[in-house]
Design a protein around this ligand. Structure first.
Ligand code: G3P
Length: 217
């Protein structure tokens, strides 16, 4: 299972990378705005900085919603760095753009996916990644994990190679449940990765080992 971090914060990306378990980064316009990164040039420069920190795929989202605009923006993003994955929203033009990019060998991430039918369309358009938002479904009393399981079943039925990138992960249990279902990738905040480290028995056990070592020295 690949671990992506869902942020545009360079310090958090560097911290996850330093842990040695980071496989990539996902961003979106909201995450860029949260870091105060505005304006096309600054946003492009920020993507390059992210690519310099991580070794894996970095999703960069188009803003246009018309096909021509998506293609223009996506090609510009893809030319920035070989690690860039062009992120398009799950709308008709996004599916068209996904097909266009996949035919050209440009990696894609189809985002804002909330139903199995949408995920099926993304796979048929040759998406590299599909991003179902499980946390946002949970927010409206709908079972986000069930969606991940449905997409897993559909993709396995037909051998689709599109990777399920479980997004809108909020906490460690989402990560673990996605791993049980067989999600190919998860993307979440740094806390959802670092939280996996925690167990009180680990801390108690380590303290005892160190105490016993000191007694014998
Ligand atoms: O990767 C999608 C993500 O950015 C959405 O997460 O927490 O805003 O629902 P959230």
């Amino acid at each position: 299972m690949k671990f992506f971090i869902d942020t545009a914060n360079l310090n958090e990306i560097a911290e996850a990378q330093a842990l040695g378990v980071l496989d990539g980064v996902t961003t979106n316009p909201s995450l860029m705005a949260k870091e105060g990164i505005t304006g096309a040039e600054n946003i492009l420069a920020h993507y390059k900085k992210i690519c310099d920190i991580v070794e894996g795929d970095v999703s960069a989202e188009v803003i246009a919603t018309d096909f021509e605009g998506m293609v223009r923006e996506g090609e510009q993003l893809a030319s920035l760095h070989p690690q860039i994955v062009v992120k398009v929203p799950l709308i008709a033009n996004g599916i068209k753009a996904c097909k266009y990019f996949s035919d050209k060998g440009i990696k894609t991430n189809v985002t804002l996916v909330f139903s199995p039918g949408q995920a099926l369309l993304a796979a048929k358009a040759g998406a590299t990644y599909v991003s179902p938002f499980l946390g946002r479904l949970d927010d409206i009393s709908t079972d986000g994990l069930h969606l991940i399981a449905e997409i897993r079943q559909i993709y396995d039925n037909y051998g689709f190679e599109t990777q399920i990138l479980s997004a809108s992960i909020r906490h460690t249990m989402h990560v673990i449940d996605c791993a049980k279902i067989g999600s190919d990738v998860m993307t979440g905040p740094l806390s959802s990765i670092m939280g996996l480290l925690k167990h009180p028995l680990t801390d108690i056990g380590l303290a005892k080992f160190l105490e016993d070592f000191k007694k014998g020295n």
